[in-house]
Ligand binder design. Structure first.
Ligand SMILES: *Cc1c(COP(=O)(O)O)cnc(C)c1O
Length: 395
């Protein structure tokens, strides 16, 4: 097998070709290694592997060839020196914080992050002595003001879920670096097919591979990417704590990455068509989609992203007898085709009511502050024909 040099090819080519390491059998599709441990030729070789003097596989909690191929492919796509694959997107975030922060230290996070990430920071990690300040997704002066001498990480997700607010990665990276902190970007909504945060100045990328990297709603997984120096403690945490990606899931994600660019183009073009149509519907009061000229950060989105991505949110106007929640639920319940589920990044379009699902565990005040209203509906646009999606919404 000839070596694929990452700077020699376009990202689309790397998504198909990078990271593959074939065995002696000459298979043309990456093999699935379903074994927990690896044997050594001698006691001396075992010692060299464990001591790190010799590269090679030891035990699948922290070295597995299929997982390694997935890590190398994703690293090539994000332009990262190293990728650490994890059991889920949440364990990718946990591993990052556990590796890079200690009790008494401080994180500045956007208020508009994934609901479970807010729980992890605001409830669980707080009990272990980590201070977290939640600030505006879009107002950089709040980030600057929140910095303390103990600040280690800035954490952001762009575009955000569910309101698709775009933050200025370059501006936040500059503030983080002046404070001696690192900027972490959850790149789940865009994937490297649409946005490369490291090129914009971010230090660490988080992925929930569960979403677009899989692309067909099969497996849970995550990843952390960055420089070798930053990934060393993250890998050390994974090796010890065991938040490992299974080899089977890595094999599914490897196949998912091969089609990432064509899928993301198709998700984005359908989402743009649906968002444009929604904006013209009298029963819709507002549409949130970074690919629309009406989006408050449209210019910034154009600069950072190659397209708007697959997530469209909108507010339904309640009829005279309805509360906003009833209006949103009625629209969701009337669908026949679109799946009612909170997952996203699937070939099947999904629809959800963020206030009572993904964001139901945060307080009503926090939801109001984040702008997540009861009339809000989120659609993760899949790969069906857009006309069928429009008819299914019955607007
Ligand atoms: C789903 C999601 C996560 C968590 O990923 P899991 O794989 O479900 O643990 C983190 N961030 C974002 C933006 C997500 O959408």
């Amino acid at each position: 097998m000839k070596e694929i040099k990452n700077n020699q090819y376009h990202p689309e080519t790397l998504s198909v070709r990078a990271g593959s390491e074939m065995t002696a059998f000459g298979e043309n599709s990456e093999a699935l290694f379903l074994n927990s441990s690896f044997r050594f030729n001698s006691a001396a070789q075992a010692a060299a592997r464990f001591g790190g003097q010799e590269a090679g596989n030891i035990y699948s909690r922290f070295t597995n060839p299929t997982v390694t191929m997935f890590q190398n492919k994703l690293a090539a796509l994000e332009g990262a020196e190293q990728c650490v694959a994890t059991s889920s997107g949440m364990s990718a975030i946990l591993a990052t914080v556990m590796a890079l922060c200690s009790a008494g230290e401080h994180i500045v996070s956007s208020r508009s992050i994934f609901g479970t990430s807010t729980q992890l920071f605001g409830n669980i990690l707080k009990r272990w002595g980590l201070q977290v300040t939640f600030v505006s997704q879009t107002n950089v002066t709040e980030w600057q003001a929140a910095v303390t001498p103990k600040t280690k990480l800035f954490f952001v997700e762009t575009p955000s879920n569910p309101l698709t607010e775009v933050c200025d990665i370059q501006a936040l990276a500059d503030i983080a670096h002046q404070a001696g902190a690192h900027l972490v970007v959850d790149n789940c909504f865009c994937t490297p097919a649409i946005q490369c945060p490291l090129e914009l100045g971010a230090d660490i990328i988080i992925h929930s591979a569960t979403k677009y990297i899989d692309g067909q709603g099969r497996c849970l997984g995550g990843a952390v990417l960055g420089s070798k120096a930053l990934m060393e403690p993250v890998y050390g945490f994974l090796r010890t704590a065991g938040v490992t990606m299974s080899a089977f899931n890595a094999w599914v994600f490897l196949k998912g990455l091969e089609t990432l660019f064509v899928r993301m183009e198709a998700h984005s073009s359908r989402a743009l068509a649906l968002a444009t149509w929604l904006e013209a519907q009298p029963q819709v009061s507002r549409v949130y989609y970074p690919g629309l000229a009406s989006h408050p950060q449209y210019a910034l989105a154009l600069k950072q992203q190659t397209s708007g991505g697959g997530i469209v949110s909108f507010e339904v106007k309640p009829k005279a007898s309805q509360t906003p929640q009833q209006a949103a639920w009625a629209l969701i319940d009337a669908t026949q085709l679109i799946s009612i589920t909170a997952n996203l990044g699937d070939a099947k379009s999904t629809i959800t009511h963020p206030a009572t699902t993904t964001h139901s565990r945060i307080t009503a005040e926090a939801r109001a502050e984040a702008g997540i209203r009861d009339s809000l509906v989120r659609i993760a646009v899949g790969l069906e024909h857009v006309d069928d999606l429009k008819s299914d919404l019955r607007l």
